[in-house]
Design a protein around this ligand. Structure first.
Ligand code: 4NP
Length: 149
């Protein structure tokens, strides 16, 4: 799960997907990262932690890190939150195999629309709730698609 700072959207996506994987007894290796170095080592934004807690998802222990090229080797799928994250990650791809791993996460909910998860950082609490609703839907669909295997 990749966003810009790794303190708002992607840690929430990581927490939600991890919770759904556990609830479904699916063993997944899940992590998140930011394309920027702005918040390396920090816990998620307090507003994200509170919002997640409201939905019984605990992400308080996560620490921000920066996306790196080796993530293409570690992960089968790289979900990005917005079109700017997409461009930043694709720019680091070494080949088509890397590129094909990168997906806009909301394309799982609204196929082929390339919609972005809005950045809630500079807004109010409703923005965080909106992000939760979008990511919860996307993660539910991701889990369902894995169950088909
Ligand atoms: P995120 O949100 O990419 O969802 O973690 C942001 C966090 C920090 C900043 C921007 C977006 N920032 O400019 O510091």
């Amino acid at each position: 799960m990749v966003c810009l700072g790794n303190i708002c959207r992607s840690p929430l996506a990581e927490g939600i997907l991890r919770q759904k994987a556990q609830q479904n007894n699916i063993n997944l290796f899940i992590d998140s990262a930011g394309t920027s170095n702005y918040h390396i080592g920090e816990n998620p934004d307090n507003r994200t932690i509170s919002n997640a807690k409201k939905h019984e998802v605990d992400i308080s222990d996560l620490r921000a890190r920066q996306f790196s090229v080796s993530d293409f080797d570690e992960f089968d799928t790289i979900f990005v939150m917005d079109s700017s994250n997409y461009a930043d990650v694709i720019a680091q791809a070494r080949n088509m195999t890397d590129k094909n791993k990168v997906e806009m996460i909301l394309n799982r909910v609204y196929p082929n629309t390339n919609m972005s998860v809005p950045d809630p950082y500079f807004g109010g609490e409703q923005g965080f709730e909106n992000v939760y609703i979008l990511l919860d839907k996307a993660c539910e669909i991701i889990i369902e698609s894995i169950k088909q295997y």
